[in-house]
Design a protein around this ligand. Structure first.
Ligand SMILES: [Zn+2]
Ligand SMILES: [Zn+2]
Length: 115
């Protein structure tokens, strides 16, 4: 399923655009599954994916402090997972998004509540 967070044709890095105020087009975009590892297939099923520039995805240019992967600091990873959970609740939860009931629906599927 295509991303419910970002149009694939936008050509922009989600982090650069939304958190760094940089809406320039990037040539080195990579697709990131917000819930990766064992939950990667759930990200695919629900469209919880964003495009990231290679730096914000793999952090391989000047160190990894701002990247999602290869980074001991999980701040950005968790922040993106919270955005993913909010988007999932708005689109798929039976309960009203943001409520404890919606968080529990999310947790039953993804195994964890990030809110
Ligand atoms: Zn970026
Ligand atoms: Zn990734």
């Amino acid at each position: 399923m295509k991303s419910i967070l970002q149009g694939k044709k936008s050509g922009r890095c989600y982090i650069c655009e939304h958190w760094r105020g940089d809406d320039s087009m990037k040539r080195d975009l990579e697709e990131h599954h917000i819930f990766y590892g064992p939950n990667r297939c759930l990200s695919e099923r629900y469209g919880l994916k964003v495009m990231l520039c290679r730096y914000h995805h793999q952090g391989d240019i000047h160190g990894a402090h701002d990247a999602i992967h290869n980074n001991p600091d999980k701040t950005n990873d968790i922040r993106l997972k919270q955005i993913g959970q909010q988007a999932w609740e708005r689109k798929y939860a039976r309960a009203e998004a943001g409520t404890e009931e919606a968080h529990q629906e999310f947790r039953r599927i993804f195994g964890k509540n990030y809110m």
